[in-house]
Design a protein around this ligand. Structure first.
Ligand code: THU
Length: 130
C-alpha cells in the first residue's frame, strides 16, 4: 500500500461524510500493522459538539474490532470536492492517535507525509501517569 493509495482511500471515505452543518467533508484511511485498512469519515450532529472527526471514527472502528497497532493514517478534507489542500488532524485526533501509535506513525496528507511527532512532539501518554 503506497501513501498515494492510502490517500485515495481517505478521499473515498469522505464520500460518506455526514457534514451538513460545516459542509466540510473529511475522510481517513488507517493502515494497521498487519496490512488491513479501516476507514472513517466525520459525522456531525445537530447538537454540534457531538461531532466526531474522520480520524477518530477510523481509530475507534479498528480498536472496537480488536486492532490496536497501526502504521499510517491518511487524511483528506474538502468543502468543494478538491482534496488538494492539506487537512492535518485536529488536536483531539492527535491525542487519540498517540494513545495507540508511536512518534513514527506516518500521517499522509495531500501535500506529503509526516510523522505523528511532527504534529504532537511531546504528547501526554500513559507513561506520564506514572
Ligand atoms: N474534522 C475532521 O473530521 N478531522 C479533523 O482532524 C479536523 C476536523 C471535521 C470535524 C467537522 O465535522 C469538520 O471537519 C469541520 O471542523
Amino acid at each position: 500500500m503506497t501513501n498515494t493509495e492510502l490517500f485515495s482511500l481517505a478521499v473515498k471515505a469522505a464520500e460518506n461524510s455526514h457534514s451538513k452543518y460545516s459542509g466540510f467533508r473529511v475522510g481517513a484511511a488507517l493502515l494497521t500493522a498487519d496490512g488491513r485498512i479501516f476507514t472513517g469519515c466525520n459525522i456531525e450532529n445537530a447538537s454540534y459538539s457531538l461531532t466526531i472527526c474522520a480520524e477518530r471514527t477510523a481509530v475507534f472502528k479498528a480498536v472496537s474490532e480488536g486492532v490496536t497497532e497501526f502504521r499510517a493514517i491518511a487524511v483528506a478534507g474538502s468543502s468543494d470536492g478538491d482534496f488538494s489542500k492539506p487537512c492535518p488532524p485536529c488536536g483531539a485526533c492527535l491525542q487519540v492517535l498517540s494513545e495507540f501509535c508511536g512518534d513514527d506513525m506516518v500521517v499522509v496528507l495531500s501535500n506529503g507525509w509526516y510523522r505523528l511527532a511532527d504534529f504532537l512532539p511531546m504528547g501526554f501518554r500513559s507513561d506520564n501517569l506514572r
